[in-house]
Design a protein around this ligand. Sequence first.
Ligand SMILES: N=c1c2ncn([C@@H]3O[C@H](COP(=O)(O)OP(=O)(O)OP(=O)(O)O)[C@@H](O)[C@H]3O)c2ncn1[C@@H]1O[C@H](COP(=O)(O)O)[C@@H](O)[C@H]1O
Length: 113
Amino acid sequence: MSSDILDQLAEVLASRRHGDADSSYVAGLHQRGLNRILEKVGEESTETLLAARDAESGGEAERQALINETADLWFHSLVMLSHLDIDHRAVLEELARRFGVSGLDEKAARNAS
Ligand SMILES: N=c1c2ncn([C@@H]3O[C@H](COP(=O)(O)OP(=O)(O)OP(=O)(O)O)[C@@H](O)[C@H]3O)c2ncn1[C@@H]1O[C@H](COP(=O)(O)O)[C@@H](O)[C@H]1O
């Protein structure tokens, strides 16, 4: 994913942190609190995995549905981070830190220590 759109979206989400819930879905989520945001992350996680099951044997429509559900999941995850004042760039930095480190090597090093 281009980090440009993530940066732009994170900026909009931050601007909605104390916004008007009547005119902003994101402000409404913040106003309802962390539990509501976590419910949405949970719902979108479930919808994403169900869409992935359908996409495996489906066609273009099912693949697009999975893309849409994954976007919902990523979006609500960004709202969660924003609610907790965690900069989304920290997640990108963590992925960058892991880049090139084999998951198997990392696990072996963890189990050895
Ligand atoms: N990317 C998104 C985005 N993706 C999904 N959604 C909303 O997330 C909700 C997804 O929830 P569901 O699929 O469960 O649908 P729903 O039943 O309507 O949702 P609930 O009423 O249960 O919460 C829908 O209302 C979508 O419109 C988003 N809402 C906003 N954004 C971005 O956030 C920005 C700020 O949005 P506002 O705060 O509304 O101005 C927008 O400009 C967009 O860039």
